[in-house]
Design a protein around this ligand. Structure first.
Ligand code: ZN
Length: 282
């Protein structure tokens, strides 16, 4: 077994809903204990805990587990990390773009997640797309990418055309089924996302752009639209070796990303040095 395989071995899995906008620390603590019990792993064998959280909830309290470091990061960053770790090891600079109900991105730079000064890096859902000055976004601005072509906007557009669509997944399913209005909507979304990504490509020069999120389930149509604008508006040097493709991991990508975050922390040079020092009685 290689270190890379470690991240993908699940000993126990169970889900529970987070009801409010923040994690209930007590509930999370008991779920962690239950997960360890089910996996028959004693607490003292835990080296680190990795937790991902969605942007619309507060980060979980890192004191939720004692005896090992607790690492927390935004879900989309963990998806970026998971993809890079499992399928894009040779790509040092990767942009993971999630297109679904919300639109956001995770940035891997030099093989590490780039968080920015306050952890807000990657918020491409609120970059402006031209020609939609009448679309108001909940953030208070107008013409934000997410408000124009996020899953909610597309579903609304399709309902107005007489189709049944409530979510981004519904839109993707209709597009996959070849429903013309849905195909057109997803392709259009791809073009708008591509317009924003063109700026990101020029600015950041990623080696790969990986598309995830519910709309990426109709990745063929989304990518077709995206390629039309992203490449046309980017500098040739920035796109010369650029690879754009759908995410390859499935539903467990977030778990893998959280595990990778924990493993990388444990294997970080200073951590290993400290542990060795401690074991030598230092
Ligand atoms: Zn906005």
């Amino acid at each position: 077994m290689t270190i890379r395989d470690l991240a993908t071995v699940a000993l126990s899995e169970h889900s529970f809903a987070v009801e409010d906008e923040s994690f209930d620390t007590g509930a999370l603590r008991s779920r962690l204990a239950l997960a360890l019990e089910r996996a028959a792993v004693p607490t003292e064998q835990v080296w680190a805990v990795g937790i991902g959280y969605d942007e619309d909830v507060d980060p979980p309290d890192p004191t939720v587990f004692t005896g090992a470091p607790v690492l927390v990061d935004r879900h989309v960053n963990l998806l970026a990390l998971a993809e890079q770790w499992t399928h894009w090891r040779s790509v040092e600079h990767l942009l993971y773009v999630s297109v679904g109900e919300t639109i956001g991105s995770g940035i891997v730079s030099c093989g590490r997640v780039h968080h920015g000064a306050r952890g807000a890096a990657g918020g491409i859902g609120h970059i402006r797309v031209r020609g939609h000055e009448d679309v108001l976004c909940p953030c208070g601005n107008t013409s934000c990418l997410e408000a124009v072509v996020g899953g909610r906007a597309l579903a609304e557009q399709l309902r107005a055309a007489g189709l049944q669509a409530q979510t981004a997944a519904d839109v993707a399913a209709l597009a996959r089924g070849g429903v013309p209005a849905a195909v057109q909507a997803v392709r259009g979304a791809g073009r708008s996302v591509g317009e924003v990504l063109a700026e990101c490509i020029n600015f950041y020069n990623p080696g790969a752009i990986v598309l995830g999120g519910e709309l990426a389930e109709a990745s063929h149509h989304l990518l077709a639209g995206l390629r039309e604008t992203a490449f046309a508006r980017s500098l040739p040097m920035a796109t010369r070796d650029l690879v754009v493709g759908p995410a390859r991991l499935g539903a467990d990508a977030g778990t893998i990303g959280a595990a990778v975050m924990a493993i990388e922390h444990v294997l970080a040079e200073e951590y290993v040095d400290r542990a060795a020092h401690r074991d030598n009685g230092g």
